[in-house]
Design a protein around this ligand. Structure first.
Ligand SMILES: Cc1cc2nc3c(=O)[nH]c(=O)nc-3n(C[C@H](O)[C@H](O)[C@H](O)COP(=O)(O)OP(=O)(O)OC[C@H]3O[C@@H](n4cnc5c(N)ncnc54)[C@H](O)[C@@H]3O)c2cc1C
Length: 465
């Protein structure tokens, strides 16, 4: 006798939704994904993939700007210039995002998943309605993501007052870009557009950029921004953004005004959880509108799971994908380990990049975690000298006594790649001793990881810094 295949319905086709669909299909479920914009979700179509594609171009500009210091001449002119072709740049970004979305849709469909391109809403614990179709399911996953917030007195018009999703429709590079908000998205865009040639002002309500990130790393990035000519306005809350002809005027809390050609609002993300039947069906939302979930992605409504930005757990593609997979493993009876947020590696794609994993310096400083800390400056690394990189460091935290790696921060070019040894160390319970005895290539930036581990070891791991 063959048992009936369980039905799974997934609302939202971003990393939270499509990764869950793949797992559920592999486990033998009949899976339907309902998405209104395209598979890959906002991650692929408007957020993560487009912004990182933009940053690949801006990083190349930064590399070219260092050419003279490396003994290279770009042209015979006294001031060699590389021009940005904004339409070509944006067309490449959008084409790449569309192609990635198409590849994901093909992959998901090849696994036998039904895709409905429409807006859907939950009409009961086991039903989603979309485009006149009722999808019945034993298990429902909500993965509807989030959308950029605006200011009460600063509404995006898609022309000069923009969200991060509207930047790729610009026909020209913004001449003077005011970025409101100095969190991860604000810092990434401010750095990228400055490298491409825009005059950038970064409005930060706090006393430093990246207020929620490692302080040492934020200090490095703010220093780099200022050295490259960015106007960083600290302790400056933007109250209003208005258009004045072909300009935008940002009014700060103390009455000062900043004028530019364009304004990019990066003031956070709001969960896409309204008007889709969640509260009516009995799915509990927190006061900010995020869906409440436990560590295996269960909502308050039995049989209904949620994953990704709509849960507000950690707004990262990797976390969304893991929450989605965990939901399916749990719902379909597989052995499952609850999500471990302390193991999540993340990167801020500024130049240099900031990558971190494990415990934070802030938690150590607050006395919540006992750790030995060593910070190895990048400037002493031979490969960094060859490349002309002087901003950055590798920081490792180790448990006193055992020397187990608890976390770390890497500020360097391609720190997103360099963080992996520390992630592996945390996942596999490795000590700084084991890391220090691992061969790194000479010369390499990863040599600073093993050197930092060696230094923590030499200092001994029994004392707390
Ligand atoms: C500018 C920017 C850069 C980022 N860069 C990175 C990065 O470098 N690395 C990283 O890890 N994360 C990054 N993120 C975060 C990352 O994009 C999100 O964490 C990720 O997209 C979350 O995935 P998700 O599946 O929850 O939702 P999303 O990717 O937002 O997908 C949700 C999908 O659901 C659909 N949907 C919503 N409501 C409905 C409905 N009612 N019916 C049908 N479909 C619906 C939407 O159309 C969308 O396709 C970035 C975010 C931003 C804003």
């Amino acid at each position: 006798m063959t048992l009936p295949r369980p039905n799974v319905a997934i609302l939202g086709g971003g990393p939270g939704g499509y990764e869950a669909a793949l797992v559920a299909a592999q486990l033998g479920a009949e899976v339907t994904v309902i998405d209104e914009d395209g598979l890959g979700g906002a991650c692929v179509l408007t957020d993560c993939v487009p912004s990182k594609t933009l940053i690949e171009s801006s990083s190349t500009m930064t590399s070219l700007s260092r050419a003279a210091s490396l003994g290279l001449e770009l042209s015979n002119g006294a001031n060699p210039e590389v021009a940005v072709d904004a339409p070509a740049l944006n067309a490449r970004i959008k084409a790449l995002a569309a192609a990635q979305s198409h590849d994901i849709a093909e992959h998901v469909a090849a696994e036998g998943v039904r895709i409905i391109q429409a807006r859907g809403r939950l009409t009961g614990p086991h039903t989603i309605e979309a485009a006149g179709t009722t999808v019945q399911a034993d298990v429902v996953l909500i993965a509807t993501g989030a959308t950029p917030r605006a200011l009460a007195d600063g509404v995006p018009d898609g022309e000069r007052i923009l969200t991060c999703r509207q930047m790729y429709d610009l026909a020209e590079l913004p001449e003077e870009l005011i970025v409101v908000g100095s969190g991860v998205t604000g810092a990434e865009f401010a750095g990228a557009y400055q490298a491409l040639g825009s005059q950038v002002a970064l409005v930060s309500s706090r006393d430093r950029v990246l207020p929620h990130e490692d302080k040492d790393a934020a200090v490095v990035i703010e220093g780099v921004f200022r050295r490259r000519g960015m106007n960083v306005l600290g302790k400056s809350r933007a109250e209003a953004v208005h258009r004045k002809g072909d300009s935008v005027v940002v009014t700060l809390g103390d009455g000062r005004q900043v004028t530019g050609s364009h304004c990019l609002l990066t003031v956070g993300m709001a969960p896409s959880t309204q008007g889709i039947g969640l509260a009516e069906a009995g799915v509990k939302l927190d006061p900010r509108g995020f869906i409440e979930v436990d560590r295996v992605s269960r909502t308050s409504l039995p049989g209904v799971y949620a994953a990704g930005d709509c849960t507000g757990v950690l707004m990262l593609a990797s976390v969304a994908a893991m929450q989605g997979r965990i939901a399916m493993w749990h719902a379909l009876g597989e052995a499952v380990q609850p999500i471990r947020l302390s193991h999540v590696a993340s990167t801020i794609f500024t130049d240099p990049e900031i990558a971190s994993v494990g415990v934070s310096q802030a938690a150590i400083d607050r006395g919540e975690v006992a750790a030995r800390v060593h910070k190895q400056p990048l400037a002493t690394n031979p490969r960094a000298k060859m490349g002309g990189f002087r901003d950055g460091f590798v920081k490792i935290y180790a448990r006193p006594g055992t020397g187990l790696v608890l976390g770390g921060v890497v500020v360097a070019p391609r720190a997103s790649e360099l963080i992996l040894p520390l992630s592996i160390a945390i996942e596999q319970n490795l000590s700084v001793d084991q890391l220090a005895h691992t061969f790194s290539v000479y010369p390499s930036l990863s040599g600073s990881v093993t050197e930092a581990a060696r230094t923590v070891m030499e200092f001994g791991t029994d004392a707390i810094l």
